[in-house]
Write a protein that binds this ligand. Structure first.
Ligand SMILES: [Zn+2]
Length: 66
């Protein structure tokens, strides 16, 4: 069963829609798919996911309770 989730802030390289990119993990293969225009790309690295996570972590890091 494939896992799907949207990548916040990701922009489709084809139609340039923001937040329309889904990350799909199936059989340990990551790929991205645009729900707007149908653009598909197999992920060879975790760049897209890592970037999204990194952004979130850096934002949380700014609001550390003292
Ligand atoms: Zn697209």
């Amino acid at each position: 069963m494939a896992k799907r989730r949207f990548i916040a802030g990701a922009k489709c390289p084809q139609c340039e829609q923001q937040d329309s990119i889904q990350l799909i993990i199936e059989n340990n293969v990551e790929r991205i798919e645009c729900v707007s225009c149908g653009y598909k790309q197999t992920q060879t690295s975790r760049d897209a996911e890592g970037a999204a996570k990194g952004d979130k972590e850096s934002i949380i890091g700014l609001f550390k309770p003292e």
